[in-house]
Ligand binder design. Sequence first.
Ligand SMILES: Nc1ncnc2c1ncn2[C@@H]1O[C@H](COP(=O)(O)OP(=O)(O)O)[C@@H](O)[C@H]1O
Ligand SMILES: [Mg+2]
Length: 297
Amino acid sequence: MYNAFFGFTDSPFNLSPDPAFLYRSEQHEEALANLIYGVQSRKGFIVLTGEVGTGKTTMLECLRDFLESQYIEFAFIFNSRINSDQFFEMIAYDLDLRCQRTSKTEVLFALNQLLLQQSQQGRTTVLIIDEAHNLEWEVLEEIRLLGNLENRRGKLIQVILAGQPELDRKLDAPNLRQLKQRIVLRCALEPLDLGQTTEYINSRMEKGGMPGQQVFPPDLIADIHGRSQGIPRVINAICDNLLLTCFAMETRIATVEMLDEVSKDMRLEWPGRRPRGQRSRYADETLEQAPFFTRGD
Ligand SMILES: Nc1ncnc2c1ncn2[C@@H]1O[C@H](COP(=O)(O)OP(=O)(O)O)[C@@H](O)[C@H]1O
Ligand SMILES: [Mg+2]
């Protein structure tokens, strides 16, 4: 809507996990390197965790680009609220297995054939599961069994589990001990610090077609960092709303008054926030509170 006004070639703060807008922070770079290394080294399970909106799906999309560029077969399961029948059906669909896709036995047979054939050609096969903290126990058990498939060259399938921090806790459960032992790599995405938030905003503005942006002055970015708690998805939503407000007011510089308005519309809560003119009765607790933001997901 505001693209023409600012001269953007592409909206800088889209909420989609688009690798074209990737900001290569040290930790995102490291996470991606780990995912790629994990796949190439064929050791087994890799786990990626992070709070909502820290960039997990974006990392997986970058990995998808890598796998496609290397012609590595993969199944990408992003709806994890499934039972084990649906799980096998989705794998069969993604890997284009020629078999009766509703029959677990047939899918397993066809999958095994594919894995062996890929392995003979010196390639591995990858199973990526996003939102893995939602997986049911029975599906986790099936995944563990798939991870057992190997020939003399090593594991036939590399499994990547990405999810919110409770995934780590789930994997600590006694009945998943065997799966846990197979995890060779773990990485966690943390929120961005102030310096990274500044680079992040500048990088997205530049990719949208505005290098050396001045719409968000340094003071305002510090405020955006505080209110978003460094969570990329929240930063995107705030900045997108600020750009929209600038457009509506026909100005090219965002202000703290606009940020207050946007925060109110978004019902944003952040540690240390005080309702105007009031002191919180729970002053100590407010500082402990995690940022709250009513998201679409
Ligand atoms: N390193 C990054 N570079 C660019 N955009 C990012 C980065 N990390 C997160 N984002 C953006 O933040 C939003 C949330 O990221 P997403 O990958 O969906 O998070 P998660 O899967 O952890 O909830 C998306 O709009 C995404 O484009
Ligand atoms: Mg995600």
